[in-house]
Design a protein around this ligand. Structure first.
Ligand code: CDP
Length: 234
């Protein structure tokens, strides 16, 4: 069995999901967007009015956790799995800035992380998985065969995310997107439980000035090297 586990972590809007999808498609692996799960829980909290006047009712959210059902279903038209919250496709709604504004506060709740990490570990237990997030190489799969850590200058990342949101028809300003990217970086890196940090054995990819093609070729080369080594060792 030469399938490997690939963990991709990094700051907001560094293009983790793009590279993860490309790798999964090329290698025939499963792609799991762990951020989509934190986003779906945040959407739940917003819809259930557990976030009001900028205040998140953590206790009520924790109490609601057993009744929140998350699931990924592959969409052949899009070529990736979309996230479902209590059996409804919420892929479009979870990407909105309103969700981005609160997601890092939901993601710092230990009970939330416990629930989601358990689901993520179950999804990846048979290897052949590419998972992206903040704590994949450090907490979810500390034994991953390949760990990447993506980074890029904040204004570059905000520009990419701003364009993405405009293309989807969302009304946002560049300033609020940049503010959100920096706000999430801060909370994600300083929270008490599973903060975003580079695993010691992760390979850093700074894609500030790197095109998608160059990045993909570089990362695929690295992945193939790890896979071939594994075959030799078997
Ligand atoms: O796409 P982007 O990089 O902007 O974010 P995302 O991957 O969709 O993740 C959204 C948020 O979920 C992050 O800012 C984190 O607060 C949280 N998250 C986390 O805590 N742990 C993960 N494994 C994945 C996401």
């Amino acid at each position: 069995m030469s399938k490997i586990t690939i963990a991709i972590d990094g700051y907001s809007s560094t293009g983790k999901s793009t590279i993860a999808r490309q790798l999964a498609e090329t290698l025939g692996y499963i792609y799991v967007d762990s951020g989509a799960m934190y986003r779906a829980l945040t959407l739940y909290a917003l819809r259930a009015e557990l976030i009001q006047n900028d205040v998140l009712d953590k206790e009520k959210l924790i109490q609601s956790l057993p009744s929140i059902f998350l699931q990924f279903t592959f969409n052949p038209k899009k070529g990736y799995a979309e996230v479902y919250l209590n059996n409804k496709n919420v892929e479009g709604d979870i990407r909105k800035l309103e969700v981005s504004k609160y997601v890092s506060r939901v993601a710092e709740i230990p009970e939330v992380r416990r629930k989601l990490v358990a689901i993520q570990q179950e999804m990846g237990k048979n290897k052949g998985v590419v998972m992206d997030g903040r704590d994949i190489g450090t907490v979810v799969f500390p034994e991953a065969d390949l760990k990447l850590f993506l980074t890029a200058a904040p204004d570059k990342r905000a520009t990419r995310r701003y364009k993405e949101l405009l293309e989807r028809g969302d009304e946002v300003t560049f300033e609020e997107v940049l503010e959100n990217v920096e706000f999430r970086d801060h909370i994600d890196s300083t929270r008490a439980v599973s903060p975003l940090k580079k695993a010691e054995d992760a390979i850093v990819i700074d894609n500030t000035d790197m095109g998608l093609k160059e990045q993909f070729e570089r990362v695929l080369n690295i992945a193939n090297r790890v896979i071939n080594q594994k075959k030799k060792d078997a």
